[in-house]
Ligand binder design. Structure first.
Ligand SMILES: N[C@@H](CCC(=O)N[C@@H](CS)C(=O)NCC(=O)O)C(=O)O
Length: 236
């Protein structure tokens, strides 16, 4: 279970012994998937917020932990692991009794990677091209508008793929909740942001996201994150 105290990322070196697992995150960023996975896992971890709007992710202290300057990052006995897919896989593998990440040899494990890679390399990048067009287009306004418009089209195609892949399944991998569902939940929340001008109807993704939201661990994490940045949950 996560530490009860929300700790800001401190640029001052700490004199205390570092906990074994530390999650660096920002509310409703893609790090929310890792945050949910850790809370679901019941592992002991500490969370530290990295304030993206004030560019704390580019501070020397954070760059010393994660030179990529992004969240999520998970330090594991002082080794830093980055990339949502890698972190979700790691967390899932720490609780083999749970279905969070199926074991090697189980075909569902490769399905989980299929989902996570699609969400990371396609859906995340499409939403980023809408939220932060300058990352791809630079400063030119007309180019930014074109990138944004293309992002909306790309997201529509990705939504159709997600709907098809979900089919009639309860969860991304079938009968049991897994880290892939946590990731689908975060990407779904992003599609409800007012900056996304249009997104097709997505009844299966919508139903899955609602199921994820019913989970106590998810509600705990969102409540903690909202102490620092309030964000909307569409069904509340
Ligand atoms: N491929 C990385 C992407 C990480 C990423 O882009 N994180 C964003 C938050 S959603 C971030 O930290 N952005 C800060 C920045 O780019 O300055 C992953 O899947 O974890």
């Amino acid at each position: 279970m996560g530490s009860a105290n929300l700790m800001s990322f401190s640029p001052e070196p700490s004199m205390s012994v570092e906990p074994a697992l530390i999650l660096y995150y920002f509310p409703r960023a893609c790090s929310l998937a890792a945050h949910i996975a850790l809370e679901e896992s019941r592992l002991d971890y500490e969370r530290r917020i990295v304030h993206l709007p004030s560019k704390q992710n580019h501070s020397p202290a954070y760059l010393a932990t994660n030179p990529n300057g992004a969240v999520p990052a998970l330090t594991i006995d002082q080794n830093t692991l980055t990339e949502t897919q890698a972190i979700l896989t790691y967390v899932g593998d720490q609780c083999p009794g749970e279905a969070l990440m199926p074991p090697p040899g189980d075909f569902r494990r490769y399905r989980a990677h299929e989902w996570m890679n699609f969400l990371s390399s396609s859906v995340h990048t499409y939403v980023r091209s809408i939220f932060r067009s300058t990352v791809y287009a630079g400063a030119d306004n007309a180019t930014c508008l074109a990138v944004n418009a293309q992002g909306v089209k790309n997201l529509a195609k990705a939504t159709a793929i997600i709907e098809r892949r979900l089919g009639d399944q309860t969860w991304a991998l079938g009968d049991a909740f897994s880290v892939a569902d946590a990731y689908l939940f975060v990407m779904y929340l992003w599609t409800t942001d007012e900056r996304v001008s249009s997104v097709p109807e997505r009844p299966r993704w919508d139903a899955l996201a609602k199921r994820v939201w019913q989970r106590p661990a998810v509600q705990r994490v969102v409540a903690i994150e909202r102490q620092d940045r309030n964000y909307e949950i569409p069904w509340e």
